[in-house]
Design a protein around this ligand. Structure first.
Ligand code: LLP
Length: 431
């Protein structure tokens, strides 16, 4: 199977972390997001250990919580002792309510409003990642009003194309994120930050993109960023103590995607960072990275109930499920591929090529096309794999569909991390 927490039991059902998926679907209803808590913890530990082994002291991974945000995930990250990246008041608030120490939170985003900034400062968010000139002034002004010196990183765009889907590529000069090194604007922004009394610059940040399997784009980014650190030192006297290389390592959505040894990839980046610093004659900064997808994506699957199998003679076949773009918009947005299994008959070989369609009134509401699976009957359970990232967090109520619940499983129990929305939840804000 594509992930090592998936198997098939004696009645032919797909199992997930040892649990019978058909039984879980019966117990909690569908659509159902399932998350494997132990797998998340193990992946976090791989990152944490690699950071400890290969980077200077104080280097820690951050969990990019846009991938999957709810109170329970922040509790897990707090217990595992890693930092978080948050991009909105909502993520900060959720982390706070989960008891996460916000001193270990990095506040990202390319357009933080004055209200966001005030909220984050009031709640003791440890670091801001500044994205534009206006934010330099705004954070400094609000910090001054609150008598705080706010620690900040500057997000710069290194000018790299990581060869991933263009909608998840962020490091080019033209990107809406960060300030470009190439145009000289990043250096000007550094000078401006250093002039502000209520900002304390810690270092620099870049994020080149997402779903990247090679360490090469990170190494190229490190090369550009470390040279920038050296130029900044020469031109302003400021020596960055930390460098954040962003998130982005990929995961397996289909068998075509490689298995990634994250520890080995991090070591490759560390080797390049160490060699470059030596060549440049600068101390190795603390290294931060902010994986989202690679901490949670393959720890999640989604279960659906099949409604119909519609064969359009001579054309194509649709398998319709009781979810779709409202709980997983990734195909609609990026034509992203996911592996789909008939969980009720996981022991049977695929004998059908079909499009899996959601139930929204929208032709583009598909989970995928040309998917091979064992032909389902009404009420069979379908499992869509690798949905732990950017599914629940991107879910909507389009067509007034209730968002599914999130169930976590671990060695000892299955439990609800996020309740299923009710019809009353849907109208709870209506006047
Ligand atoms: N840091 C920054 C500044 C980011 O913008 C992102 C992702 C990450 C870290 C985490 O990247 P990851 O390790 O998860 O690749 N919705 C899209 C992905 C959007 C990624 C946005 N930024 C998808 O479903 O593929």
């Amino acid at each position: 199977m594509i992930h090592n927490n998936l198997s098939i039991n004696s009645v032919g059902h797909l199992t997930f972390a040892g649990y019978d998926t058909v039984e879980l679907a019966n117990k909690y209803g569908t659509p159902l997001y399932l998350m494997d808590e132990d797998k998340i913890r193990n992946r976090v530990r791989v990152y944490k250990q690699a950071f400890k082994d290969f980077f200077p002291e104080g280097s820690v991974p951050e969990y990019a919580s846009k991938a999957f945000s709810c109170k329970r995930i922040y509790e897990i990250m707090a217990e595992e002792g890693i930092n978080i990246d948050a991009v909105s008041k909502g993520e900060i608030y959720t982390a706070k309510k989960a008891g996460f120490n916000l001193a270990n939170c990095f506040f990202h985003g390319n357009n933080k409003t004055d209200s966001d900034i005030a909220f984050a400062i009031d709640n003791g968010v440890g670091h801001f990642v500044v994205d534009c000139i206006e934010e330099i002034y705004a954070i400094n002004k609000i910090a001054a009003e609150k008598n705080v010196v706010q620690k900040v990183f500057l997000r710069v765009s290194p000018g790299i194309d990581p060869h991933t889907h263009k909608k998840i590529s962020t490091g080019s000069v033209e990107s809406k994120f960060g300030i470009a090194i190439e145009t000289g604007q990043a250096m000007d922004a550094v000078r401006l930050i250093l002039e502000q009394k209520n900002l304390s610059l810690c270092g620099f940040h870049c994020h080149v993109g997402s779903q990247i399997f090679e360490s090469e784009p990170f190494c190229t980014a490190a090369e550009i960023m470390l040279s920038f650190i050296k130029s900044v030192k020469e031109e302003t006297g400021f020596l960055a103590s930390a460098l954040n290389l962003g998130g982005g390592f990929g995961v397996r959505y289909t068998e075509k995607d490689p298995v990634t040894d994250y520890r080995a990839k991090i070591k490759e980046v560390a080797d390049v960072v160490n060699a470059l610093c030596k060549n440049l004659g600068i101390p190795v900064p603390k290294i931060l990275m902010e994986p989202g997808r690679s901490l949670v994506a393959d720890a999640g699957i989604t279960l659906y109930t099949v409604g119909s199998v519609k064969e359009i003679t001579g054309y194509k076949t649709y398998v319709s499920i009781d979810g779709g773009m409202a709980d997983n918009p990734r195909f609609a947005l990026y034509e992203a591929e996911h592996t789909v299994i008939n969980a009720t008959h996981a022991d049977k070989k695929p004998n059908l090529v079909a499009s899996v369609a959601g139930r929204c009134c929208e032709s583009g509401d598909l989970i995928g096309e040309k998917l091979s699976l064992y032909k389902p009957s009404r009420n069979d359970i379908l499992a869509v794999l690798t949905t732990g990232a950017y599914n629940y967090s991107m879910a909507s109520n389009y067509n007034r569909i209730e968002r599914p619940c999130v169930v976590m499983v671990n060695k000892t129990k299955d439990y609800i991390a996020v309740k299923r929305e009710t019809l009353d939840d849907l109208i709870s804000l209506d006047e």
